[in-house]
Design a protein around this ligand. Sequence first.
Ligand SMILES: Cc1cc2nc3c(=O)[nH]c(=O)nc-3n(C[C@H](O)[C@H](O)[C@H](O)COP(=O)(O)OP(=O)(O)OC[C@H]3O[C@@H](n4cnc5c(N)ncnc54)[C@H](O)[C@@H]3O)c2cc1C
Length: 400
Amino acid sequence: MDFADSPEEAAFREEVRKFLRDELPEGLARKGGGGAMFGGGGRSRGGGGDYFQKLGPWLNKLNERGWIAPAWPQEHGGAGLSVIEQFILSQEMATTGAPKSPNVIGLGWVGPTLILYGTEEQKEKHLRPILDSKAWWCQGFSEPEAGSDLASIQTRAVRDGDDYIINGQKIWTSGAQIAQWMILLTRTDPDAPKHKGISYFLLDMKTPGIEVRPLINMAGSPDFNEVFFDNVRIPKENLVGEENRGWYIGTATLDFERSGIATGVSHSLTVQELVKFQKEHGNGDAMMRYELADRAIESEVELMLNHQVIGVQARGMVPSNEATVAKLYSSELDQRIAGTGMTLMGLFSQLGSDSKYAETAMGGRFASTYMYATTSTIGGGTSEVQRNIIAQRGLGLPRN
Ligand SMILES: Cc1cc2nc3c(=O)[nH]c(=O)nc-3n(C[C@H](O)[C@H](O)[C@H](O)COP(=O)(O)OP(=O)(O)OC[C@H]3O[C@@H](n4cnc5c(N)ncnc54)[C@H](O)[C@@H]3O)c2cc1C
């Protein structure tokens, strides 16, 4: 693979760099990249209220160029960038620490799903508020007895006139406490084979009968929730696609969830920061030098895996096995980097970003990075499930 930019790509990279130089507000850039790909990465690591005040105008600037949704077609308000251009934009933003929108579910998963499967009315109603950061979405898929085996969901939707009535429970619903809308998978035909009795809905979180109960994670943050439905009415216009065909739309949403690119860039930056810390504060311990060398090499390997996914996409194909390998490698590396950071900084690693000594320990962000990293290998599909996919789709091994 030729890693050099073509003249057009180099020009686009320069355009992005100039935009970041001119427009990124002072103090908004995050130091270093590395972070868990899932869970509270966006919300919990950003900083305090001042940060969010600056974030709004910055997101508006990205939106004006379509760069808040670089992959969406221009006719729907995105930038319609090629896969390589998306990678360049992501790479440059990660390198400067420019934040992306925390509305990951709306922009990354809901929008692309609606563009493919939504009615004209659904697109008209929902896409613009997502781009304008006015509608926040959550994903009501997992249930207490249905995570890896998602097709086992039991939350029921029963047709009643022009509505469906929903009863049941979701769990691990990230951001439900702030979301205005939810994408919801329900069972509409309990007698059909389990993949064929599921429907996909858009649910207004203000509808009577919804109860959101926060779950506090070990980083002390209420990032996800239990959500209970007691005779919640959804108008039939909010069904996406056909009744009982929701599984196939849900898997498209999950494909969007797992196809994140450019995670290797932020990991590389974090490792570079750790190396700098070791040079300035370390005691020359050989084992730590070897460990950092391992992390640096692994971040490069991850970048190559990112390039492999992009290469497949750039040839107009859908990365399947390649995206799974990249997700598995990246999520496990997330944990190894977090562990190396904790070891390197010793007792200082436990300082929070609000400590007056935080600057002595890379901004005091490693304690939460370490705790969030544990979720990387669960959210978006566990490592065991990814290995099963690689075994079956990649290596052609039998199911049992
Ligand atoms: C931070 C975070 C945010 C999340 N946000 C959301 C959200 O917004 N919306 C949402 O719907 N869900 C969300 N989830 C839920 C997530 O999708 C599930 O946790 C995940 O799919 C695993 O399901 P489970 O927790 O039920 O574990 P289980 O499926 O019960 O798995 C338990 C263990 O068994 C293993 N296992 C299961 N099946 C197999 C198999 N066939 N072969 C080998 N091993 C297996 C798993 O790997 C795991 O180790 C979130 C999870 C996390 C951690």
